[in-house]
Design a binder for this molecule. Structure first.
Ligand code: GLC
Length: 551
């Protein structure tokens, strides 16, 4: 796909916003969890043809790129995050031809496709690991992390799996332990081995040559471990009830300085192609997160910023977070924001339906690339999962931690199985699927879906929102106010994080009016005596039109 093609249709972005790297700066990324998007072959699990069938919806919604959670060959111990062939599509999802058709059809609609790349670990069924475990002197042995047992026969160090329990599993045939940061079915690759690096760079090229527009790199901060595999120190702040992984400080098992070189190598591979994006999954405190932009921005274009997921939902806390993040960004580093993904309770489950609307306005008006998680735009919340339908292995290891509630099927129509499938889906539907679905919500002017679509459209209409600068205005009680501006245009956002009605003051210059209310309506409304009313749980996007400006 070239960047200079003139987009067609009223929803399309101005061509200049699509040029070069601007597509991933100005655009909105939409995460598709393919198992749960659209089933076309009647097995209760979504597939690639299903994603292709729904591209018109994504174009209608107005997003710019879709990120597909893993679709490569996998035994599905961790639902695709355990890859057994990086260069093929799992038959559950379809074929390489289906994938190529998806990319072509997406590009035809000016939608970019971002793949999930899972380089930290393979499946235990990957041929590399089968070879590695065959004998101690197998040429692939060093592609993984093997160590002799400790003196007492136990694991080589105290590292814990992110899903609970030890991170080492003994291979009785060869008498050594292998390391796995996640399930025992997900052995970690040894990224200190140059052959591993070369093989994985070839995987990137394989998909880039097929036309993918970038990668979201799974647990990128995990790739390098301490060379000496030293014990992690105990976390003095650990509170019982937290996931077991938090009982140790992960200072030796992840976030090692050498990882930056690996990421720079990935970037160099992408940079040999035109305008591709590298996104990194990183759960680290802000000051460490921003290091992943790399020296002279040689790292990830977008180190995923999950801080909104971890910050208390209060005006002041969010204001402080935005200020800290903006201040921490390296020169030229482009920000990004995430409200949810397939590993985190959904935003509506965390803050409630009413504040979920405020959250949508926040996500889509802050400075930086927003990533929208499928289903959030129809207000999916925490879907109850009866015990017999639990699928996530983490729930089996550590009850209460499971991620099934945020992975349930997309809801398209009020009919059977919400139009997701013709059979009972792999995970249950939201009991409110009869009303909470695309068909029911799309023509409702006050629905959460309409809100998302209008916000995305506003970003296209107002460069102040997509690429403009940011400045904090005020935080007072429950109300957070900030501005975005570009050229002559100033857009002001006022978010009421509380349930009580209040007001927000605007500067005395004339020309302020409402562009959007999270509750619907109000467009074009002006201030009264210098104030706009804000209902409880309401967010307003205001614009100040320069005198004489059209619009
Ligand atoms: C990432 C994925 C998560 C997966 C884990 C192991 O955190 O987002 O779903 O379980 O990596 O691959």
């Amino acid at each position: 796909m070239t960047d200079d093609v003139k987009p067609a249709g009223p929803q399309a972005a101005p061509a200049r916003l699509l040029a070069g790297e601007l597509w991933w700066k100005a655009g909105v990324v939409y995460q598709v969890y393919p198992r749960s998007f659209q089933d076309t072959n009647g097995d209760g699990v979504g597939d690639i043809k299903g994603v292709t069938a729904r591209l018109d919806y994504l174009a209608w919604l107005g997003v710019d790129a879709l990120w597909l959670s893993p679709v490569c060959r996998s035994p599905m111990a961790d639902y695709g995050y355990d890859v057994s062939d990086y260069c093929d599509i799992d038959p559950l999802f379809g074929t390489l031809a289906d994938f190529d058709a998806l990319v072509a059809e997406a590009h035809r609609r000016r939608l970019r496709v971002i793949m999930d790349f899972v380089p930290n670990h393979t499946s235990e069924e990957h041929p590399w690991f089968r070879e590695a475990r065959a004998s101690r002197d197998n040429p692939k042995r060093d592609w993984y992390i093997w160590r002799d047992p400790a003196a007492d026969g136990g694991p080589p160090n105290n590292w814990i799996s992110n899903f609970g329990g030890p991170a080492w599993t003994l291979d009785p045939a060869t008498g050594q332990y292998y390391y796995h940061a996640f399930l025992r079915e997900q052995p970690d690759l040894n990224w200190r081995n140059p052959q591993v690096r070369a093989a994985m760079m070839d995987v990137l090229r394989f998909w880039l040559d097929r036309g993918v527009d970038g990668f979201r790199v799974d647990v990128i901060w995990h790739l390098m471990k301490d060379g000496l595999l030293r014990d992690n120190p105990v976390n003095p702040d650990y509170r019982p009830g937290e996931p077991e992984i938090n009982s140790l400080l992960q200072i030796h098992s992840a976030d090692q300085p050498e990882v930056m070189q690996v990421i720079a190598e990935m970037r160099a591979v992408l940079d040999a192609y035109d305008a591709r994006v590298l996104i990194g999954e990183i759960y680290l405190p802000l000051e460490r997160l921003v290091a992943y932009y790399g020296t002279d921005l040689s790292g990830a274009h977008l180190p995923f910023n999950f801080q909104l997921i971890q910050t208390p939902w209060h005006a002041k806390a969010v204001a402080d977070l935005v200020a800290e993040y903006e201040a921490a960004l390296p020169a030229g580093g482009w920000p990004n924001w995430v409200l949810g993904n397939h590993d985190q309770p959904r935003i509506a489950a965390r803050v409630g339906d009413a504040q979920g609307r405020v959250a949508a306005v926040l996500l889509l008006t802050l400075r930086g690339t927003p990533t929208l998680y499928y289903g959030d735009e129809i207000g999916l919340g925490r879907v109850p999962i009866p015990p017999e339908r639990v699928r996530d292995p983490w729930e089996h290891n550590e009850p209460g931690r499971g991620r099934d509630p945020e992975r349930t099927p997309m809801q398209w129509v009020p009919g059977p199985h919400a139009g997701f499938s013709t059979v009972e889906p792999w995970l249950p539907l939201d009991p409110q699927a009869q009303t909470g679905n695309v068909e029911t919500l799309r023509d409702n002017p006050t629905s959460i879906l309409t809100l998302h679509r209008r916000l995305i459209a506003l970003r296209r209409e107002h460069p102040a929102l997509s690429i403009g600068a940011y400045r904090a205005v005020s935080v007072s009680g429950d109300v957070l106010v900030y501005e975005r501006w570009h050229g002559d245009e100033v857009v002001r956002v006022a978010l009421n994080f509380g349930h009580e009605a209040c007001t927000t003051e605007v500067p005395p210059e004339s020309g302020w009016e409402v562009l959007l209310s999270s509750a619907g309506g109000r467009r074009g409304e002006g201030p009264q005596d210098g104030y706009f009313a804000l209902a409880g749980d309401e967010a307003l996007v205001l614009v100040r039109r320069a005198p004489g400006a059209e619009g």
